[in-house]
Design a protein around this ligand. Sequence first.
Ligand code: GAP
Length: 451
Amino acid sequence: MSDSSVKVRRLSDLQTLVSLSKRRGFVFQSSEIYGGLNSCWDYGPLGSQMKLNVKLAWWKAMTRRPNMCGIDASILMHPMVWKASGHVDGFSDPLVDCKDCKTRFRSDNTDSYINEKKCPECGSKNLSEPRNFNLMFKTLMGPVDDAGSVIYLRPETAQGHFVNFLNCQTTTRYKVPFGIAAIGKSFRNEITPGNFVFRTREFEQMEMQYFVRPGEDEKAFEMWKEIRWSFYSKFGIRKENLRFHPHGPTELAHYAKAAFDVQYLFPMGWSELEGIHNRSNFDLTQHTKFSGKSLEYFDEAAKEKFIPYVIETAVGCDRLFLAFLCDAYREEVTVDEKGQEDVRVVLGLHPEISPVKIAVMPLSKKEELMNIANKVYSQLSEDFAAQYDESGSIGKRYRRQDEVGTPYCATVDFDTINDQCVTVRHRDTMKQDRVKISELNDYVRKGMKEF
Ligand code: GAP
């Protein structure tokens, strides 16, 4: 990489990543053999491991702090939750139907409609009036199919934090300020899903609510902006691809007193990655009103009761997964004397995010090498997600691992039989080290820490 004759090309279109994801087992179209299901995706052998790493990185960053705890709340909640939260009445998009081609589209973000009142598909002006369409998925609970059985798939995990606010506070015995973090599936019947896993109807959220004394909310809001920014820096998201976007008065959600998006420069342009919101005491006040149960906090030192304000950080796991892939993708291009291009595709993922940490490769299929390589693989697998790869030339095997972001490859060669060492090759620098097998796990652990 330090070689100046190597040119680096970054990702310019999402399709390159969609193809790589399918080819290498990161993400597949859901129900593909039936023709797929629009906007639904399955995470494959590498993708499911990487997604787990993304969640673990977030979970550790959020819960390994003083006065922070985690919960795992149910997807199905009491229907009154969504009345109280404002989702039943307010969580909707304005939709217009084209009476000619039957396309249904949003009236508030479709240019052809905003400018000329035309259908974006066929250009017809034979359109319905905009009607509000609620984004929550409905289902029925229990065997009776009537209006009383209707419940919703949650459209955000946050309400699980609010209804468990006092359960968490009393069991942890935390004093305000304290925070609750959770990771879980949410569902929204989005009108315009798309851009791969960026906007889907079923997705995973990683949300945190920080409960503070009123008056201390603005300071906490600034604190969480900094914490979340440093999370992205720590995991190597390039600074030039990240920015804060403050919400103007017309962008603010019904619950928010102030909000900032963390935006990432995806191939389709700057888009929201995470929302950081000051939700004031809106939610706890609403749940107090609708449930009839007080959600006030008693401050023993000050001998006073209050309803805490809430600072929320909310990021989509799938969206962060996509941002990591976009940011990590590079093509290293070298051109030989005859003008022939050689392209090394690398996912320069942070090792904590990479699905595989180290690949073990016997130089040949000779039994004595394969036996050692298998032992090395077992030793590494005790601590890391490792892979065993014996097929193809070593060069090809390195390239395969580069393309899926594996930071290290350990080659077992004929010298290994005598010196009990392997050659460790680094993904980014292609530097090679000779390392004792007995010290290999520590070597990888140290390298990952210092990355
Ligand atoms: N509790 C607040 C909340 O849900 P949001 O801005 O609607 O706020 C938070 O969602 C994050 O969840 C977004 O920044 C995005 O990363 C992710 N997200 C929201 N809708 C999504 C969708 N349809 N597909 C994938 N991720 C989504």
